[in-house]
Design a protein around this ligand. Structure first.
Ligand code: NAP
Length: 343
């Protein structure tokens, strides 16, 4: 089969479309003919060699795919929903997603709701689960609460805005200058141009007492400013470190170390006196609680069925143009999810 291989860590041109052996499912696994692949920021960090747990090159990245079940090899203890050949599904994978065929554990294969196209299927699982788990499971936000969402025009960002809206939250959202109109259109009450304004000052102006939650995947000094935006009982959800990725797309130790050095340390006693919480979210870890994730995705699919959430596809690229897809995100041009497609 054809797969997009990272030959060495580096800029998007390190990708090469190669012929590799077809994957063979083992007991408890499903073989999927891939139709659409969700491109995640984590894939960019993996390509640069900046993501914890990334294999040594050569490797095939890719954490979520949508496609059609070709074969199921029953395990001793069937886990999750029963799927059969011909079913349209989405699957969370450990790498290997940028390929024509993918093998995934039945634990992480979910049947797509009726009528959901493959492109949307590849855009919904990781982003919406991250947002849902942060806002509702960990954050327990209630109608009327205020939330600041960074990179609100990105994959997780839009998911968070839509889910927040569905729950009646007041949304602040940051994004590049060209994305402001879009942010207002999807329901961000206070759109903040992060190229021009200091977001903490804007929050202070419209929510002088602070907000109940900030979702921050920028990292570095952004974590400190986000923390300052919290109201009493406020929760800062830290779930990424985009600050480590430079515009060149190459690994830069200087940039990474600078961002690390700017990352604040939160003393428990200070958290207590402010009455604030720092919450770390890592979907890779949450996956260990498979049933829990399945319940959350079921709720997301229900909201999709009611028309309350709908993935926004920024741009699709054929698999062979994976390098261009990465460059597009790296240049901060995406408004929504970037998808790789296969015939
Ligand atoms: N912990 C978890 O389980 C988990 C799961 C999913 C994603 N994440 C993290 O969440 C973040 C967003 O992921 P995503 O897949 O939703 O991203 P995405 O759709 O690719 O969006 C990325 C957006 O982030 C902004 N950005 C901020 N710093 C950037 C930089 N240095 N280089 C390029 N873009 C930058 C840009 O928007 P503006 O130009 O508008 O600022 C860009 O459009 C990432 O840090 C990712 O690692 C974490």
């Amino acid at each position: 089969m054809r797969a997009l291989v990272v030959r060495r860590y580096g800029a998007p041109e390190v990708f090469e479309l190669q012929q590799v052996p077809d994957p063979q499912p083992k007991a408890g696994e499903v073989l999927i003919r891939v139709k659409a692949i969700g491109v995640n920021f984590a894939d960019l960090l993996q390509r640069m060699g900046l993501y914890p747990g990334t294999p040594k090159p050569p490797f095939v990245p890719g954490l979520e795919v949508a496609g059609v079940v070709e074969r199921v090899v029953e395990g001793p203890r069937p886990e999750g929903e029963t799927v059969k050949p011909g079913d349209a599904v989405v699957a969370l994978t450990d790498f290997h997603g940028y390929a024509e065929w993918v093998v995934a554990s039945t634990k992480y294969v979910y049947r797509l709701p009726a009528g959901m196209p493959f492109n949307e299927g590849a855009a919904i699982s990781l982003n919406y689960l991250t947002a849902y788990h942060s806002i509702f499971t960990m954050g327990n936000l209630q109608p009327g609460d205020r939330i600041l969402i960074h990179s609100a025009a990105g994959g997780v960002g839009i998911a968070a805005v839509q889910l927040a809206h569905a729950r009646g939250l007041v949304v602040f959202g940051t994004g590049g200058g060209s994305k402001q109109e879009f942010l207002r259109r999807i329901g961000v009450a206070h759109a903040i141009d992060n190229e021009k304004s200091d977001f903490a000052q804007v929050v202070q102006k419209y929510a002088p007492g602070g907000v109940e939650m900030v979702m921050d995947a920028i990292g570095g000094k952004s974590f400190a400013s986000s923390y300052e935006c919290l109201a009493p009982s406020g929760r800062l959800v830290v779930y990424g470190f985009s600050a480590a990725a430079g515009a060149s797309g190459k690994r830069s130790w200087l940039r990474g170390l600078t961002a690390m050095a700017q990352t604040p340390k939160f003393h428990p006693l200070k958290l207590m006196s402010k009455s604030a919480a720092i919450i770390g979210v890592n979907l890779g870890q949450v996956r260990a609680r498979g049933t829990h994730l399945r319940t959350e995705l079921g709720e997301i699919f229900r909201l999709y069925g009611e028309g309350k959430v709908k993935p926004v596809i920024s741009k699709t690229f054929p698999l062979e143009q994976g390098a261009a897809a990465h460059q597009f995100i790296q240049d901060r041009k995406n408004v929504g999810k970037v998808i790789l497609t296969l015939k």
